[in-house]
Design a protein around this ligand. Structure first.
Ligand SMILES: [Zn+2]
Ligand SMILES: [Zn+2]
Length: 367
């Protein structure tokens, strides 16, 4: 094949060349935008703003249209940077960071202060450094910009028809960093076996963050029948949620971090407001000491982020003592109760798990 005669090295060179050409074209486009803008054409064309004209006629996103305008407008303030770009030493993305910095700091802009950084850094890192520069030039304006972002932050929570909670929002940089630093450690993979993608791990981390270490924050109402998972039992109820399955109730009750209101069949309240954990102080400590971390094979979540799981549920008469308990992290605890996995503990304390799809032996034939 003809293709195989072309080495990867040549393809890579071609790619770098192409991207450089794209940078040059973007620069040229920015110059044309500046020309149209200064002539008043974009303003008079009947659109709300020059950005809108570009969005509609050139099929650009808001951000890219903004880049074109800013670069076009500030090109004269960064002649050296443009030369370096034409030479292929930096790209259009560097130039757009320069332009936005020029826009932000106004008269104090000095491209020489930034050019060295642009030459050394990728555009993403360069943008980050450019913020430091902006702060050094005008800390007051920078602080005003940040507090404006803080005012504009918002979070909306809405429940989807299927009971899922939809979260949508924007946080200011400082608040966002606080949330990230709380979520990141919880969103780490729990071991080599952990095949969740990052968005799923963030979701689990958020739930874990919200529920960790708080013994009695959720009020669940369920009947004994629901708790036992008997056929015909109604679902349980929890504030802010659609009715929840008996398996989820069983998990929560397993190492109770919920306030329970158990109803007997005649709807008589038989156990109200028990906010103590089923697995209390001394046993919990001994359990944490013995297991150290989640006992799921390969999982290393520390004890502080685990539930105590009753191998035989207390509702089925299983005792709350060390022999009947193992530490499981929230995710693995959920896999057992809601996911149908089985945890087997051997005489020597070894733990193994059985996936819900595994069946033993052949189906039994007719007798
Ligand atoms: Zn459990
Ligand atoms: Zn685990």
């Amino acid at each position: 094949m003809l293709q195989s005669a072309v080495s990867n090295q040549e393809i890579a060179q071609e790619l770098v060349f192409l991207e450089h050409q794209i940078s040059l074209l973007q620069l040229e486009a920015s110059m044309l935008v500046a020309e149209l803008d200064s002539s008043g054409f974009l303003e008079d064309a009947g659109y709300n703003s020059p950005t809108d004209w570009l969005r509609f006629n050139c099929h650009l996103t808001d951000k890219v249209a903004g880049d074109r305008i800013q670069v076009g407008e500030h090109l004269a303030e960064m002649p050296m940077s443009v030369d370096y770009m034409r030479d292929g030493q930096i790209g259009y993305s560097h130039i757009s960071v320069m332009a936005r910095t020029a826009e932000a700091v106004g008269k104090s802009f000095d491209e020489r202060k930034l050019l060295g950084l642009a030459l050394d850094l990728t555009p993403g890192k360069f943008y980050y450094k450019s913020l430091h520069y902006r702060h050094s030039v005008d800390p007051k304006a920078y602080a005003e910009e940040q507090s404006e972002q803080a005012i504009n932050h918002h979070l909306s929570l809405s429940m989807g028809e299927d009971g899922h909670l939809l979260i949508n929002g924007v946080l200011d940089p400082v608040g966002g960093a606080a949330v990230r630093s709380a979520l990141e450690p919880l969103a780490q993979k729990s071991g080599a076996h952990d095949d969740r993608m990052l968005p799923q791990r963030y979701a689990d981390a958020l739930v874990e963050l919200a529920s960790a270490g708080k013994p009695a924050t959720l009020q669940v109402t369920a009947s004994i029948e629901t708790l036992k998972g008997l056929a015909g039992a109604a679902a349980g109820e929890m504030e802010f949620s659609l009715p929840i399955s008996s398996t989820a109730i069983q998990r929560m009750a397993c190492d109770c971090s919920v306030t329970r209101v158990l109803l007997s069949q005649e709807s008589l309240v038989i156990d109200v407001g028990r906010s103590k954990r089923v697995i209390g102080g001394a046993i919990r400590k001994a359990l944490a000491m013995r297991d150290g971390h989640c006992r799921w094979p390969g999982c290393e979540r520390p004890a502080s982020r685990c539930d105590g799981h009753h191998l035989t549920h207390w509702i089925e008469g299983g005792p709350t003592d060390l022999n009947n308990l193992v530490l499981l992290c929230r995710r693995h605890h959920r896999m057992v109760h809601e996911g149908g996995w089985q945890v087997i503990k051997y005489e020597d304390g070894q733990i193994s798990t059985i996936a819900p799809t595994v069946t033993f032996g052949l189906p039994r034939g007719p007798d």
